[in-house]
Design a binder for this molecule. Structure first.
Ligand code: GLC
Length: 720
């Protein structure tokens, strides 16, 4: 169908038919879907009638090739115009083959691998009946109390933008119409959901427009510049107005300034939530505000179907707004080829062939090895081959390593750490004890674990958060490990044996009672289907860890939010001021994070020297070339992510003490010297001025090049 044919189709639809096209319902509403599918929000008595279902535009959270074919066929028979459903679901970091959570993927600093993971996720989802995924989530995050930091790639707008593009490329490919084993992407949550006050989900977001544009918007824009087909509204307010009813955000900025003409979907229930937010009296006002804001699809509430027909008939809402939304939805169906083939890439044979294939699991393994961060190592890692290892803790044999967005994955199929270590060290060298549960445990368990540890040469603790302690509505005010796990660590530490802790968790933790108690700390995040194998290969040294943090680890939750690209203040705490009271500092903790953005260790060591700038001056025609030498002075090959930061020493508004502007990955053999070369140009120095003008200022800039955002060689230049 071409556009005119779509318009003709709309012309044949009644107002009720059109309005129903704007609703998205979860799988249980549909014939043939049974009670299958993923429920990711409050189900409520919705007052949905059969004609509304027959005319609905999309189904949420259903997958499975044969079932999807049956659901689509049953639906199209009921739809008065034969319009196919869009099948949408959350494929955030894998479908059946689960990759590490995005916060882990971000730590790989490898957008090619990220793109590949998205391509594999799209293929598995598409052959299983899904047309659209609610990903990538690109919310910038600075508060580890928030459960959904695991879904983001971290605290830096530049790096988040690179990953946003990579995920969209992997999910959508080059041509969605031709490539049926890809899916349409839906960037979320627009906007600034990660800035929820106090790290509490669904909470207020109140930012200056400049902060919003400088830090929180770039990654959404990057996803759309990469061709992302859909946008999802966020639950939060922006400047006092909930996103799903926010005309300034959705019409003025998204549609008019950014020229986005794709589908805008609400998050689950977010249209009706305009009522508890306190900007709508009832469903009628909620429907009115949402359609005026340009929300095309109402997910899992029924304000549109209940109220829009009367709002249009009474003249309060121009029917053209409804037609506009229907057209965008039909255009997406057209782009996906659903009018020609309503089953698109859905294919039971392909599903059997590719889903959870060895090739896909190998890709998940590789990404997990590249996303696991070595946070501390006093030399006990890698494990000696002949060592007797006690593997202790609630994650020693746990499959709960897939993370909160793995509804279609299988924890049973996940590679557990104990099996992987047994395979690598030999069962006779590995003894396992649970030690305690995630949040509970018994004295007997603790004692038994200490006895097991006492018999071993080395202890590996497998600790962390249950996946439901992260993710949506998984917020915590105390971001330490649960008390019983801290007790286990303390008991084991008393033995004085070499001990490493592996962490399976969805947020930067407060590592009190961990970091200072063990000789090595490995941050595995939720590493996915092949997580146990990846972590085991890092523990035994088959893989040299190369991941680098993309979100700061605070000393304690009292520091939060703590992030690397902060402002300097008028009374910065400096080394010379250590004894001075009246500077910006705490009486009981340092200002800087325990582990900063960009931080991560290796089993080898890299030395930096000869930082060079091609000139002391930059103009908008003559970019700078910046280089630094890096030498692997250790005993084994390794990969170093050399990072480039700048600081605008004096701007029209205050400027961060560091801003990431580039990174280069160098793979170096023992003794090998490499050179990291960066090009820095004037465009990269632009920022939002007081009047929101986006430009650079002439003046001095400092340059920092190094292994993380703190440990760098420094120089400076003048922008003329
Ligand atoms: C949830 C999440 C959103 C997800 C949607 C559909 O509430 O906020 O990220 O895509 O519902 O499952």
């Amino acid at each position: 169908m071409d556009n005119q044919q779509l318009l003709d189709l709309i012309g044949k639809m009644t107002l009720e038919d059109k309005v129903a096209q704007l609703v998205q319902l979860a799988a249980p509403f549909y014939e043939g879907a049974g009670d299958e599918g993923q429920i990711t929000g409050p189900m409520q008595a919705m007052g949905i009638t059969d004609p509304m279902i027959a005319n609905s535009g999309s189904i949420l959270g259903y997958a499975g090739a044969e079932g999807a074919i049956a659901v689509q066929e049953a639906h199209m028979k009921k739809n008065p115009h034969g319009i196919p459903l869009l099948f949408m679901a959350d494929i955030v970091h894998g479908f059946k083959t689960i990759f590490p959570v995005p916060l882990a993927i971000g730590c790989s600093w490898d957008t090619d691998l990220a793109q590949k993971s998205a391509e594999i996720a799209a293929r598995e989802a598409a052959v299983s009946g899904i047309h659209v995924t609610f990903a990538p989530m690109v919310d910038l995050v600075r508060d580890p109390r928030w459960g959904r930091v695991m879904e983001s790639t971290g605290e830096d707008p530049y790096l988040n933008s690179l990953f946003a593009r990579a995920f969209v490329r992997g999910l959508q490919g080059e041509d969605l119409t031709e490539e049926v084993e890809r899916v349409a992407a839906c960037v979320k949550h627009f906007a600034a959901y990660g800035a929820s006050e106090a790290g509490r989900d669904y909470n207020t977001v109140d930012l200056s427009e400049r902060q919003l544009r400088e830090y929180y918007l770039p990654a959404y824009k990057a996803a759309l510049d990469e061709g992302c087909e859909m946008v999802m509204t966020s639950f939060n307010t922006i400047d006092g107005i909930p996103a799903s009813g926010n005309e300034k955000l959705m019409r003025d900025l998204l549609r008019d300034e950014w020229n986005f003409d794709g589908v805008l979907i609400s998050d689950w229930g977010a249209v009706k939530e305009l009522i508890p937010h306190g900007v709508a009296e009832d469903e009628r006002e909620a429907a009115y505000k949402a359609i005026r804001a340009g929300v095309d699809i109402e997910m899992m509430t029924a304000c549109y179907v209940h109220e829009l027909p009367e709002l249009v008939r009474s003249g309060k809402v121009d029917e053209a707004l409804v037609d506009e939304s229907v057209l965008r939805i039909l255009q997406l169906k057209q782009k996906l080829g659903l009018f020609d083939n309503p089953h698109r890439g859905t294919n039971p044979e392909r599903e059997a062939e590719v889903v959870f294939s060895r090739e896909h699991r190998e890709a998940a393994y590789e990404l997990a090895t590249r996303s696991t961060v070595l946070l501390k190592n006093d030399g006990i890692l890698p494990l000696r081959p002949e060592a007797k290892v006690a593997l202790i803790g609630p994650f020693a044999q746990s499959g709960d390593i897939l993370g909160p967005w793995s509804w279609s994955g299988s924890t049973e199929d996940a590679v557990k750490l104990d099996a992987a270590l047994n395979e690598r060290l030999g069962g006779q060298n590995v003894t396992v004890a649970v030690g305690c549960g995630i949040e509970e445990g018994t004295e007997e368990q603790l004692r038994s674990a200490v006895e097991t540890a006492a018999q071993a040469d080395i202890v590996v603790l497998a600790l962390g958060e249950a996946s439901e302690m992260s993710g949506e509505a998984g917020c915590r005010t105390d971001i330490r490990l649960p008390q019983i796990q801290l007790e286990l660590i303390a008991r084991i530490a008393e033995l004085g044996k070499p001990t490493a802790a592996v962490l399976f968790n969805g947020r930067p933790l407060d590592l009190h009672g961990v970091y200072d108690k063990v000789g090595a700390v490995v941050e595995a995040w939720y590493p996915g289907s092949e997580g146990g194998a990846a972590v085991a290969d890092i523990l035994v040294g088959a893989v040299n860890p190369s991941a680098r943090l993309t979100m700061s680890f605070p000393h304690s939750v009292g520091q939060v939010p703590v992030y690397y690209n902060h402002f300097n203040t008028g009374r910065p705490q400096g080394a010379a001021d250590a004894q001075v009271r009246y500077v910006s500092q705490y009486l009981d903790a340092p200002n800087e994070a325990l582990l900063p953005f960009g931080y991560g260790l290796s089993y080898t060591t890299f030395a930096y020297d000869e930082l060079k700038l091609s000139s002391e001056h930059m103009t908008d025609e003559s970019p700078l070339t910046i280089s630094v030498n890096v030498t692997n002075i250790g005993e084994r090959a390794g990969v170093e992510t050399v990072q480039l930061y700048v600081r605008d020493v004096s701007g029209e508004v205050v400027r961060p003490v560091r801003e990431l502007k580039g990174f280069v990955r160098l793979e170096l053999a023992p003794g090998e010297r490499g050179t990291a070369v960066f090009t820095l140009n004037e465009e990269q120095l632009r920022y939002h001025h007081a009047d929101l003008g986006f430009k650079s200022d002439p003046g001095r800039f400092e340059v920092f090049v190094g292994r993380n955002s703190q440990d760098t060689l420094n120089d400076s230049f003048i922008l003329n």
